[in-house]
Design a protein around this ligand. Structure first.
Ligand SMILES: CC(C)(COP(=O)(O)OP(=O)(O)OC[C@H]1O[C@@H](n2cnc3c(N)ncnc32)[C@H](O)[C@@H]1OP(=O)(O)O)[C@@H](O)C(=O)NCCC(=O)NCCS
Length: 172
C-alpha cells in the first residue's frame, strides 16, 4: 500500500463494512511498524485489501475485503495467501482473526486456508450487534510448548473470554 492508494482503500472499506476504516486509519497504519496493508489491483483499480497487525510473534488479520463486483473470482483467497506468506516472512508463530458469526463466506475462506475456530467473543461487533467467531492458524510450532510453559487461556477448548485481548494459544 502507498499513500496515494488511501482514498481508494477507504472507499472500498465503505463499500464492504458497516464500520469502515477511515482514510485517517489507513494513514496511521501506513506510518506504523506493526501494520501491513496489501492492496489487490486490477486494471489500475484497487479491488481488494487485506491488513495484518503484528506484535512480537503474534499476528492478527485486521480486515480483508473484495469489491462486491469482483467477488468469487479468487481475489480474497489470493489476498489471504499473500498475507500468510507475509506473516511467514515476519516469522510470526500464529495469526488470529475475528469474523462475524453470520459471515459464512468469510469463515469458509478462512477454513479453506487452514484456520481453526477458537472461540466466541460475545458482543464484539456493533452495527449490527453480533458475536465474533475467533479463528487462528499456527505457522510454526509453539516454542513455549517444548519448555512446558503454557500461556493463559483454555488449552482444551480454546475458548476466550469476551473482550479478552491476548492471542489464544490453542490451534490444534
Ligand atoms: C469474504 C470475502 C473477502 C471473500 O472474497 P472473494 O474474493 O469473494 O473470495 P474467493 O473468490 O477468493 O473465494 C475463496 C473461498 O471463500 C469462500 N467463499 C467466498 N465467497 C463465498 C460465498 N459467497 N459463499 C460461500 N463461500 C464463499 C469459498 O470457500 C471460496 O472458495 P471456492 O471458490 O473454492 O468455493 C468477500 O466476500 C468480502 O469482501 N466480503 C465482505 C467483507 C468481509 O466480510 N470481510 C471479511 C471480514 S472477517
Amino acid at each position: 500500500m502507498e499513500a496515494r492508494d488511501i482514498p481508494a482503500l477507504a472507499a472500498l472499506e465503505r463499500a464492504c463494512f458497516s464500520e469502515p476504516w477511515s482514510e485517517r486509519s489507513f494513514k496511521h497504519q501506513l506510518d506504523s511498524d506493526t501494520a501491513r496493508i496489501l492492496a489487490a489491483e486490477r486494471d489500475g483499480r484497487i479491488i481488494g485489501l487485506a491488513g495484518l497487525l503484528h506484535v512480537l510473534d503474534e499476528g492478527a488479520i485486521a480486515n480483508i475485503a473484495v469489491a462486491p463486483d469482483c467477488r468469487r473470482q479468487g481475489v480474497g483467497r489470493a489476498l489471504l495467501r499473500a498475507l500468510l506468506a507475509l506473516a511467514g516472512e515476519l516469522d510470526l508463530a500464529s495469526v488470529t482473526l475475528e469474523v462475524r458469526e453470520s459471515n459464512l463466506p468469510a469463515q469458509a475462506l478462512y477454513l479453506g486456508e487452514g484456520f481453526k475456530p477458537l472461540g466466541i467473543r460475545r458482543g464484539f461487533y456493533a452495527k449490527p450487534a453480533e458475536d465474533a467467531v475467533t479463528m487462528g492458524i499456527r505457522l510454526r510450532p509453539d516454542r513455549d510448548q517444548d519448555s512446558g510453559i503454557r500461556r493463559q487461556g483454555n488449552e482444551e477448548t480454546g475458548d476466550e473470554e469476551a473482550g479478552g485481548g491476548s492471542v489464544p494459544s490453542s490451534f490444534s
